[in-house]
Design a binder for this molecule. Structure first.
Ligand code: 4NP
Length: 152
């Protein structure tokens, strides 16, 4: 099983979007028994809260549901993930602070899998869930291609 963990600051906007979009892709390709997908926050600020309305609304437009998803903070169980994927440089810094040297998985930004060393803007601040969705989609497509080439 390849374990993928998406991480952002609050785990209510970007990382649950990536989790839901990537799970949908994995399911469509019949790979659910090979790839495990989850998400978490670097902060505890939104602990227990549901997915942000903006993410819910955007994903509903493309037929992806987010019911039953709630924010949670990174925990030691997450150290076993093969891919710990942040959205921006601040996430990456916080992920490394949490991990110290305790994990062996790959830590990188989602858009690196699309060949871009760029951050995914936080729609909590920009309000632009469409742009975030397009970036998440691009990154998830690249990530799936990467995992198929390297892990499956
Ligand atoms: P996310 O966005 O990291 O993409 O989930 C945020 C959600 C909540 C907060 C900041 C960013 N907040 O300050 O509570």
């Amino acid at each position: 099983m390849v374990k993928v963990l998406f991480v952002c600051l609050g785990n209510i906007c970007r990382s649950p979007m990536a989790e839901a979009v990537f799970k949908d892709m994995v399911t469509r390709e019949g790979l659910s028994d090979k790839i495990y997908v989850d998400s978490a926050a670097t902060s505890s600020w939104e602990q227990g809260n549901p997915v942000h309305q903006g993410t819910r609304q955007k994903l509903k437009e493309v037929g992806i549901r987010t019911e039953g998803m709630y924010s949670r903070q990174l925990q030691d169980d997450d150290l076993s993930a093969d891919y710990i994927i942040g959205m921006d440089n601040s996430n990456i810094k916080n992920i490394h602070t949490f991990i110290q040297n305790r994990a062996s998985g790959t830590v990188c930004k989602l858009l690196e899998f699309a060949g871009e060393n760029r951050e995914i803007d936080d729609p909590w601040y920009t309000g632009d869930f469409e742009k975030t969705y397009q970036d998440v989609l691009k990154g998830c497509q690249g990530l799936l291609a990467f995992i198929k080439a390297h892990n499956l």
